[in-house]
Design a protein around this ligand. Structure first.
Ligand code: GLC
Length: 603
């Protein structure tokens, strides 16, 4: 790749060009701001953590569903990619009504995915490669197949067994009405009525998600004790930490009052990006959206303090990462106070649009909010619950978290623009101080699969909304490893089965098609991860660089200058830029200017 520079053109760090004429700097930025992340030597403060969605990663036995031996067989690819850790979505015993987020036995492996011995082998292999392993813990609800719930159903109202869950009598003369008006995250009511042994209608139970996922009652000490045992079970096996599912949902407001969420709230409670927030604001009631009675209740914190202490009993650094859709960030920071969890997913960052002014505020607010409690910020662009960012960043219409996209969605993305933006967005993200999460397949530039056949869709959201919302299947399609072979090599035995069908045109996305190919998305990720490690960007300090214009993100971190152009006109590079000084670019440059939707790292 070559680049021509024009050393005499443009004032240092202050020129804006549309590619033909040089215009005056149009900065709206204040003085350079230097913000610090918390310090400390723990690995998770700066780690790049790769999310494996086991059923879609690699299938060793040809049943069309990925498994633990499949993961183990492919771990070297992740070591070559350069990640520090993997987080495995649930592989525990489950009837799979919500792809494993409905756990029937927390201390065993579902036969679909293998055995506990397979897990031990995976862990040992990962550790041998220097990769840490984080497992998913699902404490808000169990599966309705869990023995605890079966026992609760068999027991009488008011019994200790029923007290493990949220059973309530119905309202109205015959108890026919639901105990309150709460709606399930996946659509429809959050209550299901039971049937008594004599066939008459019985009590109702709460399920914030699918009816196959009854909510536990975390006010009950019995539940707390069981989860301590579960944490110890996995810690004793040697895991490096837990990603905690729905970490904002465990405690419900006393009395379970009725609540109707605002129309613009995402299904998990987040989704309203606080663009107006100023960095450093500690608490601002106006910016604090109303707290739903089932999300972000104060009572959750004592649970995480307890778990913090439990993890601390084990040697070495272990991590608890909260999946908590909580806004604003100043409130989310309460999940990562020094005696609680260590990290929380930054969904405000994920939810931000392709807009430099918005991202600047979110980045500043994130670092300020997390630093104020001594925690690193995390950064994340994709996961198994959201539209992949190679599609999301080019969406032409609002899309609330969890809704997904399909053929009839408005504002479908231009795939070329989407991939270009995704590569720039990742280049920017991986240069930020803190810890970054990467979702399997994004290193291949995978888009959302918009055209999955209706009959293939499996997300409960698709069914519970009566097909109004497509749901999350489009980001869960098994990933391609090799071109021109059955299931793109997802099936290690050469089988063509895959639990969700793969698109016909994914040869070009296959890992083997991109390996060693200059400019491929895979090579871009590898380069970014190598440089990030070498230059210690994860533990660096971010310093904004003014003068590049409103639609440009520009900062320095540990001696690396990062510029991302989110505007519609090219941006002139600093005059001192030489080809040798270019460390990374998300697209090839044709002149001494950074085209729209492109990011660059300079020495
Ligand atoms: C989390 C998981 C999601 C799951 C839900 C219920 O949001 O990431 O996939 O459906 O919790 O467990």
């Amino acid at each position: 790749m070559t680049i021509e520079t024009s050393p005499e053109s443009g004032p240092p760090e202050a020129a804006v060009t549309d590619g033909t004429t040089t215009t005056s700097p149009t900065t709206t930025e204040a003085e350079p701001a230097t913000t610090l992340v918390g310090t400390g030597g723990e690995w998770w403060r700066s780690a790049v953590i790769y999310q494996i969605y086991p059923r879609s990663f690699s299938d060793s036995d040809g049943d069309g569903i990925g498994d633990l031996p499949g993961i183990t067989a492919r771990l070297t690819a992740l070591s070559e990619l350069g990640v520090d850790a993997v987080w495995l979505s649930p592989f525990m015993t489950s009837p799979q009504h919500d792809a494993g987020y409905d756990v029937a036995d927390y201390c065993d492996v579902d036969p679909l995915f293998g055995t506990l011995e397979d897990f031990d082998r995976l862990l040992a292999t990962a550790h041998g490669l220097g990769i840490r392993v984080i497992v998913d813990l699902v404490p808000n609800h169990t599966s309705w197949d869990h023995a605890w719930f079966r026992e609760a159903l068999a027991a009488a109202p008011g019994s200790p067994e029923r007290a493990r869950y949220m059973f309530r009598d119905g309202k109205g003369p015959n108890g026919d009405e639901m105990p309150n008006n709460w709606e399930s995250v996946f659509g429809g009511p959050a209550w299901e009525r039971t049937t008594n042994p004599d066939g008459t209608p019985g009590q109702w139970y709460l399920h914030l998600f699918d009816k196959s996922q009854p909510d536990l009652d975390w006010e009950n000490p019995w539940v707390r004790e069981r989860f301590r045992e579960i944490l110890r079970f996995w810690l004793d096996r040697g895991v490096d930490g837990f990603r905690v599912d729905v970490a904002h949902g465990l405690i419900k407001e006393a009395g379970l009052p009725d609540y109707t969420p605002p129309a613009d709230a995402g299904s998990m409670g987040g989704g309203v990006v606080p663009v107006g927030l100023e960095p450093g604001i500690d608490s601002d009631a106006e910016l604090d959206p109303p707290t739903p009675p089932y999300w972000a209740q104060d009572g959750v914190h004592e649970i995480y303090r307890d778990w913090h202490d439990l993890l601390a009993e084990y040697e070495g650094d272990r991590v608890l990462c909260a999946e908590a859709w909580v806004e604003p960030l100043t409130k989310l920071a309460r999940w990562v106070r020094p005696d609680e969890m260590h990290q929380a997913f930054n969904f405000t960052y994920l939810s931000a649009g392709w807009s430099a002014p918005e991202l600047r505020v979110v980045i500043d607010t994130s670092i300020a909010a997390f630093s104020s409690v001594g925690a690193p910020s995390t950064w994340v662009l994709s996961n198994h619950d959201v539209v992949r960012h190679a599609s999301r960043l080019a969406l032409g219409a609002d899309n609330l978290q969890g809704a997904g996209i399909g053929p009839k969605s408005p504002g479908l993305p231009d795939p070329v623009v989407g991939l270009r933006r995704a590569r720039a967005a990742t280049s920017l993200m991986l240069a930020l101080p803190g810890s970054a999460y990467v979702y399997q397949g994004e290193e291949l530039g995978l888009p959302e699969d918009i055209y999955l056949p209706d009959e293939a869709r499996q997300d409960p959201t698709w069914f519970r909304t009566h097909h109004e919302k497509y749901g999350r299947d489009g980001c869960r399609v098994p990933i391609p490893w090799e071109p021109q072979v059955p299931s793109y090599g997802f099936g290690l035995e050469g089988t063509s089965a895959s639990w969700l069908p793969q698109p016909d045109d994914w040869d070009r996305f296959a890992r083997a098609s991109q390996e060693g190919v200059a400019g491929s998305t895979l090579e871009l990720y590898k380069l970014a991860l190598r440089l990030r490690a070498e230059r210690q960007l994860g533990t660096g300090v971010l310093e904004w660089l003014p003068g590049y214009g409103e639609n440009v993100i520009a900062f320095r971190n540990n001696g690396v200058t990062v510029i991302a152009n989110m505007g519609e006109t090219a941006v002139e590079l600093p005059v001192e830029t030489t080809p040798d000084g270019i460390l990374l670019m998300s697209e090839a440059l044709t002149e001494a200017a950074l085209p729209p939707d492109t990011a660059i790292w300079l020495a």
